[in-house]
Design a protein around this ligand. Structure first.
Ligand code: V47
Ligand code: SF4
Length: 388
């Protein structure tokens, strides 16, 4: 279908077909696609662009899966492998707390005015890690319980669908029961990682040990079924085609029609450094030997965000994760359909192991500045997109 026809559909608020999304991916008219995505974003969220003060924690990088695009993971005993005790996790979180209480009163008042929770500098902790060969489900339950006990006001967004499925396998409990136990221990919502690309052929090449796309969707459906909100991601810029990106988003849109449990969609730009996939092997995809899969282009990043906004008409939010996009492309993404920059992060390991060019943390003031300069209204949110 021509871009003009697709534009008409969008302006009439009609749902895009997979062929429309494919035609948008194949088009070079980035300005038209961006303008339309901005219209769709403003229909949903006005000029609001959200951000959150959050803290990422990765309890371990030891993982039995060793996906070919992952530079973060290690095998047990390998150089660079680490494990955090629950005490170390608590201490990492606590390290952000006394910043305020130890200040002189005038500084303390100023800091308190900058944060939703006067005792902390963040309102959400985001926890994901490797599939550890020895830790039992009880370890994760205790982790949640202890974090909740020490920081009752902090929202815990934790564990990808891949981890949840693994916890179910190692505990011998059904998925629904595993999720319930985690929920009762303090799990408030789930991040969207582990989706990668659902297409089985590509998935088998980039992460052969990982659960199937079908299983990922099944875990999410069960989580939504017991009232756990989640996000969804898509790893792009590796071996997948535009058609496979569209197919991936279609599966997410179909599930969202059934459950309504997704909050945000986050396209994740593949980072190639230190990964097995970063250097293409001889003959793969008809390329010569040693041809590397590089970083994604800014144009592809913006197009993917925009098409996601247009195609995923039932997702409330599209997140431009600044860690993966870089601060500047993430800012531009706010004019191309994204309405969320994610957060302050504080410590990021997964993308930085793979050569992220972005910083590790941003302050609330920096995030507000980026949003305002993109002509949007900064809204500090909680984990359910309520204004703080
Ligand atoms: O599951 C791993 C991906 C994910 C690489 O839900 C890589 O709010 C790019 O899911 N290049 C973890 N991506 C990050 C994630 C996430 C991040 C921020 C917010 C949310 C949310 C979720 O990162 C993994 C995997 O899909 N990943 N290695 C890489 N080399
Ligand atoms: Fe393990 Fe996740 Fe890295 Fe895959 S992406 S190797 S599952 S930590």
């Amino acid at each position: 279908m021509s871009l003009k026809k697709i534009e008409k559909k969008i302006l009439a608020c009609k749902r895009l077909a997979p062929d429309d999304a494919l035609a948008l991916f194949q088009s070079d008219d980035i300005f038209t696609i961006g303008r339309l995505a901005n219209i769709a974003a403003e229909r949903k969220n006005g000029k609001n662009a959200y951000f959150i003060q959050n803290h990422h924690i990765n309890p371990t990088n030891i993982c039995i899966n060793r996906c070919k695009f992952c530079a973060f993971s290690r095998s047990k005993g390998e150089k660079g492998a680490y494990e955090l005790s629950i005490k170390e996790i608590i201490n990492k979180l606590r390290a952000q707390m006394p910043v305020i209480s130890s200040q002189k009163s005038v500084v303390r008042k100023k800091l308190q005015s900058l944060t939703p929770n006067p005792r902390s500098l963040f309102s959400e902790v985001h926890i994901v890690g490797g599939l550890h060969p020895d830790w039992p489900l009880e370890y994760y339950l205790e982790m949640l319980e202890k974090i909740k006990k020490k920081f009752p006001n902090i929202h815990i967004k934790a564990f990808t669908a891949v981890e949840i499925d693994y916890f179910s396998k190692i505990s011998g409990l059904p998925l629904a029961e595993t999720l319930l136990q985690l929920k009762n221990a303090g799990l408030d919502s789930m991040p969207g990682g582990g989706a990668e690309i659902f297409n089985a052929r590509v998935r088998n090449r980039i992460c052969p040990e990982k659960i199937s796309g079908k299983k990922w969707l099944d875990v999410m459906e069960k989580a939504h079924g017991i009232g756990i909100k989640t996000n969804a991601t898509m790893l792009y810029g590796h071996l997948e085609t535009y058609g496979q990106r569209t197919e991936h988003m279609l599966k997410l849109r179909d599930l969202q029609d059934r459950t309504g449990g997704f909050q945000a969609f986050i396209p994740l730009a593949f980072h190639p450094m230190n990964t097995e996939l970063g250097i293409r092997k001889k003959g793969v995809r008809g390329q010569g030997s040693g041809v590397s899969i590089g970083y994604t282009s800014g144009i592809d990043d913006l197009k993917t965000i925009a098409i996601a906004r247009l195609f995923l008409d039932n997702f409330p939010h599209i997140k431009a994760y600044w860690i993966m996009l870089g601060e500047k492309i993430a800012q531009l993404a706010l004019m191309f359909g994204a309405d969320d920059l994610d957060g302050t992060i504080i410590e990021e390991k997964i993308t930085h192991s793979a050569g992220a060019l972005s910083g590790n943390a941003m302050t609330r003031v920096q995030l507000i500045h980026l949003i305002e300069k993109a002509g949007k209204i900064p809204v500090e949110r909680d984990s359910f997109y309520r204004r703080i």
